[in-house]
Write a protein that binds this ligand. Structure first.
Ligand code: PMP
Length: 363
């Protein structure tokens, strides 16, 4: 029997607006020093791994049943972690903050609506926007990657977007957005304002979270993740804080039992080790500040960073520098403005390897 040739996209009735697209994805290469996806380089302790193992074993005995559809215990735990007087009613959880963003777009955007963000920023915001048949409006940031409040308000007035995304600290630049700017955007926006705080825990002192603005702004949403500070990228757990009405609206689009019993118990167990896990954040912040100072002392341009990564440049051919780093076993990210590269903060040994490789790469 002759085998049929492999089917191509041309033969499939793929949605017209998806046809030309390409999937999101940083290269997942097996390299000695992976500093490309803003993970926390410190693995869970043996004590935490054992606690997760025991909790999962216990949960396994009930896996014939569907999980708690509303993840009540986990949401209470997340609210307690966030503080600010929040309760589980104001918190929602899903498989990574990407799923949270997807659910927000499903509820608040859609055909005939627009979402607006300040670029360069997290590329999943426009990607998820388009997948949800929503128009994307990218407003450029200033040369120093800050948001010009006047321009932001003018763009909001002009486009009347259903959702405004504000990433703070911003990926890939590391730039935190002042609360005053977020508040003025929240007052002016006709729809939802989503502050993506995936990197909030890494902010330098004096960079407050937008959580403080929630009581005054019912259409404000703050999204967070356990992938970064909590060193739980593999567990896939993201969450948001917002008014209870926003959480109730998300129930309209969430898939039944979207968050597995295993995910829920892993996340709650990790939260009970918050002190230990967040201990790595202080070390990473100090490593970041050292790396920024070192890069500047070596003559590189560096964006101020409130995150666990640093955007540095400027290179006439960043692709060549990226490749030479990779040749030396160091994987960074070719992302953001064309003359810059982004490096995630690793362990002290990984950061040292990056410094050596970078000097060799640009020599
Ligand atoms: N928001 C921002 C700004 C990010 O950089 C990332 C991860 N790269 C996410 C959200 C998504 O993270 P996760 O789905 O792992 O929670």
């Amino acid at each position: 029997m002759t085998e049929r040739a492999e089917t191509t996209w041309a033969e499939l009735p793929i949605r017209d607006d998806l046809r030309g697209g390409s999937p999101y994805g940083a290269p997942q290469l097996d390299v000695p020093v992976a500093l490309n996806t803003n993970e926390n380089p410190f693995p869970p302790s043996e004590r935490l791994a054992a606690a997760i193992g025991a909790a999962v074993a216990d949960t396994a005995r009930g896996l014939n049943r569907y999980p708690d559809r509303d993840a009540v215990r986990l949401r209470d735990d997340l609210a307690a972690y966030l503080g600010h007087g929040l309760t589980g009613r104001q918190v929602w959880a899903a498989n990574g903050s990407n799923e949270i963003l997807q659910q927000l777009l499903q509820v608040f955007a859609g055909p005939g609506r627009a979402a607006l963000g300040f670029e360069p920023s997290y590329s999943m915001h426009p990607l998820l926007t388009r997948v949800n048949s929503t128009e994307w409006i990218g407003v450029p940031r200033a040369a120093d990657f800050t948001i010009d409040t006047g321009e932001a308000l003018a763009a909001i007035e002009r486009h009347r977007p259903a959702i405004v995304f504000v990433t703070s600290p911003n990926n890939p630049t590391g730039t935190a957005v002042p609360l005053d700017t977020i508040e003025r955007i929240a007052k002016a926006a006709p729809g939802m304002v989503v502050v993506d705080e995936a990197y909030a825990e890494f902010a330098r002192a004096g960079t407050p979270s937008a959580l403080t603005l929630l009581p005054e702004h019912p259409r404000l949403v703050v999204t967070r993740t356990m992938s970064k500070a909590f060193a739980m990228a593999g567990a896939r757990l993201g969450y948001l804080a917002a008014s209870p009405a926003v959480v109730d609206a998300l129930l309209l689009v969430r898939l039944p039992y979207h968050l597995s019993a295993v995910s829920q118990v892993v996340a709650s167990t990790a939260l009970s080790f918050a002190g230990e896990l967040l201990g790595t954040v202080d070390a990473l912040r100090a490593e970041r500040d050292d790396l920024v100072a070192w890069l500047r002392s070596e003559g590189f341009t560096v964006a101020d960073s409130d995150a666990n990564f640093v955007l540095f440049g400027e290179f006439d051919d960043r692709g060549a520098v990226w490749r030479r780093l990779l040749d030396r076993g160091v994987l960074v990210r070719e992302v953001g403005p064309p003359r810059w590269l982004r490096v995630t903060i690793g362990t002290p040994a990984e950061n040292a390897a990056f410094r050596d490789a970078l000097l060799a790469a640009v020599r």
